[in-house]
Design a protein. Sequence first.
Length: 309
Amino acid sequence: MSKPTSGDYTKTPGWLDWFTGPSKPRFQLPPGSVDAHCHVFGPGAHFPYAPERKYTPCDASKEQLFALRDHLGFARNVIVQATCHGADNRALVDACLASGGMARGVATVRRSVTDEELQALHEAGVRGVRFNFVKRLVDFTPKDELLEIAGRIAKLGWHVVIYFEAVDLPELWDFFTSLPTTVVVDHMGRPDVRLPVDGPQFGLFLRLMREHRNVWCKVSCPERLSLTGPNALDGEPNAYRDVVPFARKVVEEFPDRVLWGTDWPHPNLKDHMPDDGLLVDFIPHIAPTPELQRQLLVDNPMRLYWADQ
Ligand SMILES: O=C(O)c1cc(C(=O)O)oc(=O)c1
């Protein structure tokens, strides 16, 4: 793959660029698989980063994303608006439009968005909005504003993607369970994987999914959640073993409400940048049967993002 650039921007100190030589996965993805969580960053020279951003990344263009898709063997992408672009969805829309229908988007919008703008996003391929509660990534948005947005996008048949840390779930529970749409949780609600999979913290998340059948989960980002690895580098076939029991529990209990994505280009990783080919090799550890793999990678994302097909 071509190398990451950063144009006139100065990257956040310590920023790790995405890995330019991903291996070919050993795991053969089912035909039609969807990478249901990835981002584009800029390029900043065409699509400036938002003034209110909390980090400045290296660029990660649509061409580089689509090259990775083809290399890994995915058919489609769901591109999630990254916080470094704030509520300016131009890079996301540009990527969706350039994909020939093979990418859908999840946008970030403010209360001031007009119905015409929402309609234009829909036509570009946007099917959801993201509400972010991770304090190191965004400033607080009042819940009444988010509820108003949720009510408006529900009419378009869109869903809400939520990103939060496990310790904040008790406080956010009432808000999440009041949302009128399908709700997709990013990165399993970021559990602390040192705690037991059947303990109270992850138990609360499982309860959210058990009691609320509109809640879905991305069983993604083992590279963020893992504390003991081993990392997906240097041909490691069994990466991030400490995350496996958590993801596998969710896949096996809720096989029709799970999604998977690479999270490329992996913003804000601090200690290593994974080989995306080896990340794909993580999938059969959490979805061990062909049936579970097909649901996770094809049937579920197609139902949510390409419902018209
Ligand atoms: O944990 C993160 O730093 C992170 C950031 C973003 C974003 O900036 O949008 O998205 C993700 O999925 C994860």
